[in-house]
Design a protein around this ligand. Structure first.
Ligand code: ATP
Length: 267
């Protein structure tokens, strides 16, 4: 039972969460993480440390083995309607148009094509694909496919966007552009974003806070605040301040990985 008083701005709170899979793999143990309403939080950690598992637990796609996941602001159990998830793969339906791909979550909620039209086109405009509604996924670049995937996540007008390494497979220039667009969308929609990444550089550029995880078992070892008043633009990307923040986050990641190695040595 979790009796800790929740910060009034906390949108979701994970306390002492563990996850052991049926094959015995302990993916998470003692994971504590609060997500504040409206923040851009990155979760950074080495491969296999349990980032995706933590995100899936927040999304309700997986249950923790123990510990608690609380949504302090929720009066009823309606949160699935306010959450959207973006995966590393855009997972578009190849036989359907861009419009139909973005319409899908509304269609599943029984919203007709005509009723969904304005919202679908608004979401496509938001990701810069207002002119591509009638195209097919095969006609799109990798970056454009990811934009469609983001539009599909936005079309339900979520207040929480969960993103699992969405840009990992993209080239750096496309990634930078999508980083800029994501920040614009985050602000325009007043979203809370939880963004899983392997990239120190990406986490520092995007976030107001970086939660660093270790593996074996997966838990949060450090949290680095990044001044929210910093303007995230190309000047920042090439600044000494950015480089310094990257060094700081990188050092926290190294400590997390050393802790992991030391734990493994004890086994
Ligand atoms: N369904 C599952 N059954 C068994 N083990 C699993 C399952 N899903 C994940 N794992 C294991 O749990 C651990 C954490 O996996 P998870 O995918 O959450 O890590 P991650 O940090 O997101 O990794 P990556 O960065 O490589 O995507 C890993 O050891 C993984 O092999």
């Amino acid at each position: 039972m979790n009796n800790r008083p929740a910060n009034t701005d906390t949108i979701v709170s994970l306390e002492d969460v563990s996850k052991t899979f049926s094959n015995g793999t302990v993916a998470l143990n003692g994971l504590d993480l609060d997500v504040q309403a409206g923040e851009f939080l990155s979760v950074l950690g080495p491969s296999g440390c349990g980032k995706s598992t933590a995100l899936r637990i927040i999304a309700g796609l997986a249950e923790p083995s123990s510990g608690s996941v609380r949504w302090p602001q929720e009066q009823t159990n309606q949160r699935e309607h306010e959450l959207s998830f973006v995966f590393q793969e855009p997972t578009l339906m190849p036989w359907a148009t861009v419009f139909e791909n973005v319409w899908l979550p509304l269609r599943l909620a029984r919203v007709s094509r005509a009723s969904a039209r304005d919202r679908v086109l608004e979401a496509l405009e938001m990701v810069g694909l207002g002119q591509s509604a009638d195209g097919y996924p095969r006609e799109l670049s990798g970056g454009m496919k990811m934009r469609v995937s983001i539009a599909r996540a936005l079309v339900t007008r979520p207040n929480v966007l969960l993103m699992d390494e969405p840009f990992a497979a993209l080239d750096e220039i496309t990634r930078f552009k999508l980083n800029n667009d994501l920040l614009r969308i985050w602000k325009a929609f007043g979203l809370t974003v939880v963004f899983v990444t392997h990239s120190v550089f990406e986490s520092v550029f995007l976030s107001e806070r970086v939660a660093v995880m270790q593996s074996r078992p997966g838990c949060v070892t450090d949290q680095i605040e990044i001044d929210p008043s910093i303007v995230r633009d190309e000047v920042f990307r090439t600044s000494a301040h950015y480089a310094g923040l990257c060094r700081r986050v990188s050092a926290a990641l190294h400590v997390a990985m050393e802790t992991e190695t030391a734990a493994a040595d004890l086994v």
